[in-house]
Design a protein around this ligand. Structure first.
Ligand SMILES: [Zn+2]
Length: 232
């Protein structure tokens, strides 16, 4: 899917390029990713067992209400990185996310790929999303951002306030149509530790895996004594 989320090369596990295949991704982010994107948040410091669930690409008219209902069962708080044009379309749903005590973050207006977009155009798109999502949290779509874009978002421009760049430590792979819901759940269930930032998607492509995995992850972690908090 993207090389910033690589996994392993099935055919040739010793290939030096195995981490860079487009359709491979790491479930747990390796430590050296932090050097690719300096000054970004990959994990949170916590004083008691806590995980940080994040939901990208919404709001979605069916999946966002599903996620909100599941979270409510455990009094869980989460962070929603919304796409500006989806917020424009589903304003009431966006307001509901905030009303129910969750955090929201900017995920650009058009879900742009930073590597393929000119810096000014990218910043304009973040600004456009900011008209609908007023947040100091930002997550780049596909995890792709140039250093120039990263610096501008982190330090702000005349028009854009400085934002915290939030990455992740666990990818659920819920968007991956090549895995079954059971695999999606099992792959992450035993890997989650305190302070982890976990990526899910309240979007169509993730529907099947999300609907299966999220309730089980919530139940499993809750039973282990974890709390669920939003990113501040
Ligand atoms: Zn996204």
């Amino acid at each position: 899917m993207n090389w910033l989320a690589p996994h392993f090369h099935k055919q040739n596990p010793s290939s030096p390029f195995r981490f860079f295949r487009k359709d491979r991704y790491f479930i747990r982010t390796p430590f050296w990713f932090r050097f690719i994107y300096p000054y970004s948040v990959w994990k949170c410091n916590v004083s008691r067992p806590t995980v940080f669930l994040t939901f990208d690409d919404g709001p979605h008219p069916e999946l966002t209400p599903f996620v909100l209902d599941e979270l409510k069962k455990y009094n869980a708080k989460a962070t929603f990185f919304c796409i500006g044009r989806h917020v424009e379309k589903h304003t009431e749903l966006f307001q509901q996310i905030i009303r129910e005590g969750h955090a929201v973050g900017n995920h650009t207006f058009h879900h742009l790929n930073g590597w393929k977009t000119d810096t000014n155009e990218y910043i304009q798109d973040v600004l456009e999303a900011d008209r609908f999502i007023q947040s100091s949290l930002f997550r780049p779509p596909y995890g792709r951002l140039t250093l120039k874009q990263l610096k501008k978002i982190r330090s702000g421009t005349e028009l854009l306030k400085p934002m915290k760049i939030i990455m992740w430590s666990i990818l659920s792979g819920d968007w991956d149509s090549g895995i079954s819901p059971v695999t999606c759940y099992k792959r992450i269930a035993t890997k989650i530790t305190s302070g982890d930032i976990i990526v899910f998607h309240d979007s169509e492509k993730a529907r099947e895996n999300l609907v299966y995995t999220l309730p089980r992850i919530l139940k499993n972690l809750h039973n282990q004594g974890f709390a669920f908090d939003k990113i501040a």
